[in-house]
Each structure stands twice: as structure tokens, then as C-alpha cells.
Design a protein around this ligand. Structure first.
Ligand SMILES: [Zn+2]
Ligand SMILES: [Zn+2]
Length: 226
């Protein structure tokens, strides 16, 4: 069996017990797995950014800018680094679907750690891609991540604006009209799922729409804190 990333044979010099351990690791060798930097230690209770404070300066900014935050909190798994950036590029932009499997146990564990108290009626809602992006890439990475969770997934949101959000400044993005529309009302608490939390704007647009439509609480689980 070869590592999905570096293509080295993962079974070199390994005994049977190692073989079973590796089988749980979804295709990356030890050396490649060690390049993934899991968030640990003190982090912002609202957005998962590593900080000494209870809340980071980004979240302070949100709180000062708006009276209420539609997002209860975001929880992320990995710190952004150049290695995960490379994996994401290959997985997401070059359509290497199977690479995403490496994230499965981490995403599942983060869910168990942080969201089990809400687990009973929580619904996973992936952040959608535009039709155009789906056609380009073949799959939505957020749907794949949501599929790793032990809860129901519903595709409640749709993109209404194809314009690339990343080209705009943060201020522009906040004042822009909501890029999502909602398929139907939802009475359950929602866990939004996406690959990366950068400014939190996208997730908050989605959260606001859900809350305004009667959803009681919105949380977010993201793979990476950018
Ligand atoms: Zn490797
Ligand atoms: Zn924060």
C-alpha cells in the first residue's frame, strides 16, 4: 500500500501490528501525517484561532461591528500551513476526491469532542459551491467533510451569486447581499460545514439566513483555521 501523498510504500519494514494501525489512517504515511498541524492548546472560544485570550481580536472586531453574532462558535481541526495548503489544492481544485479521506478520522473526532451535546437533533449543512465550481471540480469538498459526521446531512443552502467572494475586501463582503438562499425552513440546530474559516464572513452569511428563517442555533465545523 502506498501513501496517497508521497507514494512511498507504507508497509516498508513494518510488522503486522503496524499494518493494522496504518489501515486506520486512510492512506497517508506517518511522515506525511506529521506534516498536518492539529490545533492544540489555547484557542479562541468563538473561532478556534490560536490565542492566549478567551476571544481573539477578529472576534472582538465582529462583536464591535455587529450587535449580535448569528454564529454560536466555529471549531476547526487544523492550523493553516503550506503542507495542508498543498493537499487542499490537489484535493479541491484538481479534483483528487480520495485525498479528502485522510481528514475523515480528524473531522469525526472533532465533532465528538465539541458537538456531542447537541448531537441528537443537530443537522449538518455544507456550505454550497456554485454550479460553475461544481462543474469545474466535480464535487463539493464541504459535502464530503459533512459526510464524515455521524449526523444527518441536508443540502439546505444554495449559492445565488457566482461572483468570487475572495476577490473582495472584508468590508465589501460584509455589506454585499447574502450570497446564499435557503431551500426550506429548519427548526433543528444546524452545524455548518466548510473546509476553511478565514474571516468567518461566508459562514456568518449562511448562519444569518438560517437564524432569520427560524433556525434556533448555528454552529460551524471547519477543517482549517486560516
Ligand atoms: Zn507519505
Ligand atoms: Zn476568535
Amino acid at each position: 500500500m502506498n501513501c496517497l501523498w508521497c507514494m512511498e510504500d507504507r508497509n516498508n519494514n513494518l510488522g503486522w501490528s503496524d499494518f493494522f494501525i496504518l489501515n486506520k489512517q486512510n492512506g497517508f504515511c506517518e511522515s506525511c501525517l506529521s506534516g498536518l498541524q492539529q490545533l492544540s492548546g489555547k484557542r479562541c472560544s468563538l473561532c478556534s484561532r490560536m490565542t492566549e485570550f478567551e476571544q481573539c481580536s477578529d472576534c472582538e472586531w465582529w462583536r464591535n461591528q455587529f450587535k449580535s453574532d448569528p454564529l454560536e462558535y466555529n471549531y476547526s481541526v487544523f492550523q493553516y500551513n503550506s503542507f495542508i495548503q498543498e493537499i487542499i489544492a490537489k484535493w479541491k481544485y484538481r479534483g483528487d476526491y480520495v485525498l479528502g479521506e485522510v481528514f475523515r478520522p480528524y473531522v469525526y473526532a472533532a465533532f465528538i469532542e465539541k458537538f456531542t451535546t447537541q448531537k441528537k437533533n443537530l443537522i449538518a449543512v455544507p456550505i454550497p459551491l456554485s454550479e460553475e465550481r461544481i462543474t469545474e471540480r466535480g464535487f463539493n469538498q464541504a459535502e464530503m467533510l459533512a459526510g464524515f459526521l455521524p449526523i444527518r446531512q441536508e443540502l439546505l443552502l444554495q449559492r445565488v451569486d457566482g461572483e468570487k467572494q475572495s476577490k473582495k475586501s472584508r468590508k465589501d463582503r460584509i455589506t454585499t447581499k447574502n450570497p446564499f438562499s435557503l431551500e426550506k425552513m429548519v427548526k433543528n440546530p444546524v452545524l455548518l460545514v466548510d473546509d476553511i474559516y478565514t474571516t468567518g464572513t461566508t459562514l456568518r452569511h449562511a448562519a444569518r439566513l438560517l437564524i432569520e428563517s427560524g433556525c434556533p442555533e448555528v454552529y460551524a465545523l471547519t477543517l482549517i483555521r486560516g
